[in-house]
Design a protein around this ligand. Structure first.
Ligand code: AMP
Length: 443
């Protein structure tokens, strides 16, 4: 015999289940993107495509997952991006260890070599707009999934490409009207200069490390360059007196940096030489730079030369230079700079209002008509009443509503309503496209 549940208990259960909390949320530091988010993203994408197309960069996208070794060897085990922030992915197969890409350069270089482009595309110039993953402590401008736009020039030992990468990065800021961008630049030298410089640094820091942070004590052994950009309070006092990388540049390294600066002077790109700028990734050689904007503390982007990366990955000798900018940080700046737009000020677009089953059916045909004419139109098929649909049209900021009821279906007409004035006129369906076009053209 079925057990009877008392009415009161049934009611209580229903209440509990409707109050039940949804169990899932996006992973920490990772965000869903909705309509509004794409307004800025689309702008940034357009600016990137414009700059890339002018300077001859082709778009590239690589898999989000790569062999983890490409980052361990390339980006480097002593970089925080690899040692502390990499997400590993476990597969069921025998592919070995995979990682969610924490940066793009090694993957782009891998793709270029794998496709055999080093024979046919010299230099290889690429741009990307891609998501990346780093296990960082989420905070303003720092997420675990974030997007970068970036440029790479592969097989490009000439200093003019360092300048072109910096110019393209700077141009993104100009295209987006970001106020007063400035480049901070340094040269950490190639192999020859670097060994001498590291020796000088070690001599300088010897005996001081006990007064420095734990990370710097480790860096002293693994990567003394990074002691220069340590943010810990305890380590700041030692920075001023530290030997500067550009004083240790010898031969071609010295000449290369001089040329880069001359090229930047030629196009009047504002820059500051920053002796503490070394960047976090192991593969950088010679030029390193970051780009900043007024009233925003963190770097918008950065980049540099990676002349030995290909060899480190077991590829041929192939110099390269690239840059990347954080899209979320650019959006922060654009939001700050732009005043919120008032949708009520400028109405645009059209909205379809339908009442009754026949009108709903006919509205599909109207949508097709407008699709053919490439006139975008919005609708709200979840609503049935005219009042609710006109309210939705108003909320969307639509300029016109097309209203379709039983009578209009029968007469093969449609009502065209000006959402600002409320004026309505009857239009024959066969003339709909031309009438709508005519009205949308009017200011
Ligand atoms: P990097 O690849 O570390 O040189 O970073 C280049 C740019 O990407 C930075 O200047 C930031 O604008 C952006 N970026 C790096 N890491 C993050 C992150 N965790 N969250 C958001 N943006 C980031």
């Amino acid at each position: 015999m079925p057990i009877k549940i008392p009415k009161a208990q049934k009611k209580k259960e229903k209440k509990v289940s409707s109050r039940k909390k949804f169990l899932f949320s996006s992973p920490r530091g990772m965000h869903d993107l909705f309509k509004k988010d794409f307004e800025y993203r689309d702008k940034i994408e357009q600016a990137t495509k414009k700059v890339a197309s002018f300077y001859g960069f082709d778009r590239i996208e690589t898999p989000i997952l790569e062999d983890a070794k490409i980052f361990e060897r390339g980006t480097g085990l002593s970089s925080e991006v690899v040692s502390k922030q990499m997400f590993y992915a476990k597969s069921r197969g025998s592919e070995g260890r995979l990682a969610l890409r924490p940066e793009m350069t090694p993957g782009v270089l891998r793709a270029y070599i794998q496709k055999g482009l080093q024979q046919v595309l010299v230099p290889g110039k690429f741009f990307y707009i891609s998501p990346l993953f780093r296990y960082e402590r989420p905070q303003a401008g720092r997420f675990r999934q974030f997007w970068q736009l970036g440029f790479e020039v592969i097989q490009s030992p000439q200093a003019i490409y360092d300048a072109q990468i910096i110019i393209a990065t700077y141009k993104i800021c100009q295209e987006l009207h970001i106020k007063n961008p400035i480049i901070k630049i340094n040269s950490i030298g190639g192999r020859l200069s670097r060994n001498g410089y590291i020796k000088k640094l070690k001599d300088y820091y010897r005996g001081k490390t006990t007064k420095m942070c734990k990370d710097c004590q480790k860096r002293y052994k693994d990567n003394p360059l990074r002691m220069l950009d340590c943010k810990n309070e305890r380590c700041q006092v030692f920075k001023d007196e530290a030997p500067q990388a550009i004083d240790a540049l010898v031969g071609e390294d010295r000449n290369h940096f001089k040329q880069v600066l001359e090229y930047l002077d030629e196009v009047e790109i504002p820059y500051l030489i920053d002796h503490a700028l070394v960047r976090g990734l192991d593969y950088y050689t010679r030029t390193v730079f970051e780009i900043f904007s007024e009233n925003y503390d963190a770097a918008l982007g950065g980049g540099g030369r990676y002349d030995y990366l290909s060899e480190t990955l077991g590829g041929p000798k192939m110099a390269g230079v690239g840059s990347a900018m954080g899209i979320e940080r650019i959006i922060d700046i654009l939001k700050e700079q732009e005043k919120p737009r008032k949708t009520s000020q400028k109405r645009q677009g059209i909205f379809l209002v339908q009442m009754g089953q026949e009108a709903k059916k006919r509205s599909l045909r109207i949508l097709e008509l407008l699709y053919e004419a490439r006139i975008p139109i919005k609708e709200s098929f979840t609503k049935d009443s005219m009042k609710a649909q006109l309210k939705a049209a108003d909320k969307e900021g639509s300029r016109f509503a097309l209203i379709l009821g039983q009578r209009e279906v029968f007469e093969d007409t449609i009502l065209l309503r000006d959402m600002k004035t409320g004026n309505q006129e009857v239009v024959a369906c066969e003339k709909l496209v031309s009438e709508v076009k005519k009205r949308l053209k009017k200011k």
